[in-house]
Design a protein around this ligand. Structure first.
Ligand SMILES: NC(=O)c1ccc[n+]([C@@H]2O[C@H](COP(=O)([O-])OP(=O)(O)OC[C@H]3O[C@@H](n4cnc5c(N)ncnc54)[C@H](O)[C@@H]3O)[C@@H](O)[C@H]2O)c1
Length: 258
């Protein structure tokens, strides 16, 4: 199949990364699904291929510099990578008392250093060919929603987005981020096991009255890498049901209008 442009998606064995791979493949991109869980990456690539798309899988730990560089070389041998989606991530310490230096380092390494490593590995190609990068931020990088080290890493990742958008702009490489609020994914499995009502509880805080599903975030990522976004760079796009705009319950209490 003559696929012209490829996307390299980290954490594509997971829910948001997988939904993004599915959508980009439907839109004609070849997708390289990279994940530390090689079996999940394989499963995603296989389902995309079975549906008529072009996909490859790679087992990759995005915190391992040598492995990231090797994966980038392998990816560029597969095809012309024009989109890098730095999606792999997860949160470790829930609050400062539950954060020690080891978990702090884990959060920063997985959620920030990994993007640096992937961008470093692909930048020569992207700056030569043109393309775009989407970093998976979070509302945690914009306000206080717990997980201090994760939040600091996501804030760093989102600022790096703006810095690189300017640095790479005149070379035809756009750099954007999305900042999801709560998304129903397996990242919530532990909290869901502890409280089966967790999503119902959370729903009450969101102006749109719902939490996101992975496809909501995938749609934003697919837009940002598409030609429809050709004049958009340096943007942090919240995909958050409105929560960073404000909290319904709070304004109702302030105005006493319910
Ligand atoms: N789910 C949410 O509520 C939410 C909200 C905001 C931001 N995010 C962000 O979305 C991204 C995707 O998360 P998700 O919710 O789809 O979770 P997920 O657990 O479904 O997916 C995360 C994937 O990343 C992979 N991964 C973990 N460590 C890795 C490593 N070292 N190298 C390569 N892959 C690795 C996991 O194996 C997993 O497949 C993360 O960056 C997360 O911080 C999620």
């Amino acid at each position: 199949m003559g696929v012209e442009r490829w996307a390299f998606i980290t954490g594509a064995g997971g829910d948001i990364g997988g939904a993004t791979a599915d959508l980009l493949a439907k839109r004609g991109w070849g997708v390289i699904c990279a994940d530390i869980d090689g079996a999940r990456a394989e499963a995603r690539a296989a389902s995309i291929t079975a549906a008529g798309g072009a996909a490859h899988a790679m087992a990759l730990d995005v915190t391992d510099e040598a492995a990231v560089n090797a994966a980038a070389q392998k990816a560029l041998a597969i095809g012309d990578v024009r989109a890098l989606i730095n999606n792999a991530g997860r949160a470790f310490g829930a609050n400062m008392r539950l954060t020690n230096y080891a978990t702090w380092r884990q959060d920063i390494t997985l959620n920030l250093d990994s993007a640096y490593l992937c961008i470093s590995a692909f930048q020569d190609h992207l700056l030569r060919q043109g393309g775009s990068i989407v970093n998976m931020g979070s509302v945690n990088g914009l306000g206080m929603y717990g997980h201090p080290a994760y939040s600091a890493a996501k804030a760093g990742l989102m600022h790096l987005t703006r810095v690189l958008a300017v640095e790479f702009g005149d070379r035809g490489v756009r750099v954007n981020a999305v900042a999801p609020g709560t998304v129903r994914t397996k990242a919530w499995d532990d909290r869901l096991a502890g409280n089966p009502q967790v999503f119902d509880e959370l729903t009450a805080w969101y102006p749109l009255g719902k939490v996101a599903v992975p496809a909501d975030v995938a749609a934003a990522v697919a837009f940002l890498v598409s030609d429809d976004a050709s004049h958009i760079t340096g943007v942090i796009l919240p995909v958050d049901g409105g929560i960073t705009a404000g909290v319904t319950k709070l304004y109702q209490s302030i105005t006493q209008q319910h």
